[in-house]
Design a protein around this ligand. Structure first.
Ligand SMILES: *[C@@H]1O[C@H](CO)[C@@H](O)[C@H](O)[C@H]1NC(C)=O
Length: 182
């Protein structure tokens, strides 16, 4: 009997430790399991009048638009945002494109926001997206692999950097406590 109780206690302990495993707290979502990501409608998307439609798709897909801003990037800002690509041959062209008109920047909240937003925008190459992911945002408004009308952070750490880049006052970490303050 006591041996059974011991086993039961051990099993309970195991269950408790598994459900409170620190793995659940990794990522930028904190205990709520929600995440935050940076989404951007690039110049071709904004000038093509896709902003309202894309926002409608975002809300329908279950994201909360926590922050939004229409802004015109200058050369310096665009270069800093894409700093990791600065040695690539396409970089000057990328900066020219990203400064060619206003962009619409958003902070999106949702469980798995980073990967779900990447899935919603579809493959980088908009031409391929039109074939393989016809319902994706890039299929809707993108033209090719550079003029692909939408951006999404590629990881939770990129999301943190990119959110801070545009919204200095936003804490990309614990969403639950942010909402408590509202
Ligand atoms: C822009 O898009 C909206 C729908 O998202 C549409 O109602 C409106 O007519 C469009 N405007 C122009 C100028 O195409």
């Amino acid at each position: 009997m006591s041996r059974f109780a011991d086993q039961l206690a051990f099993l309970l302990l195991l269950l408790v430790s598994v459900s409170f495993s620190p793995v659940r707290c990794l990522g930028n979502g904190g205990a709520s399991g929600k995440e935050r990501t940076l989404a951007m409608i690039k110049p071709d998307g904004v000038s093509g009048n896709y902003t309202d439609e894309i926002k409608r798709i975002i809300v329908e897909a279950g994201f909360d638009i926590f922050k939004e801003m229409l802004t015109q990037l200058d050369k310096e800002t665009a270069s800093a945002f894409y700093e990791e690509h600065s040695s690539r041959s396409f970089f000057p062209h990328l900066v020219t494109y990203m400064t060619s008109g206003p962009v619409f920047v958003m902070v999106l909240d949702k469980r798995n926001a980073v990967s779900d937003w990447r899935a919603l925008i579809g493959p980088t190459d908009a031409q391929k997206a039109k074939i393989s992911h016809p319902h994706s945002i890039r299929a809707l408004c993108g033209k090719d692999s550079q003029r692909n009308c939408a951006h999404g952070s590629d990881s939770t750490s990129s999301a943190e950097r990119e959110i801070k880049f545009f919204f200095k006052d936003v804490n990309s970490g614990d969403i639950a406590s942010q909402h408590d303050e509202l």
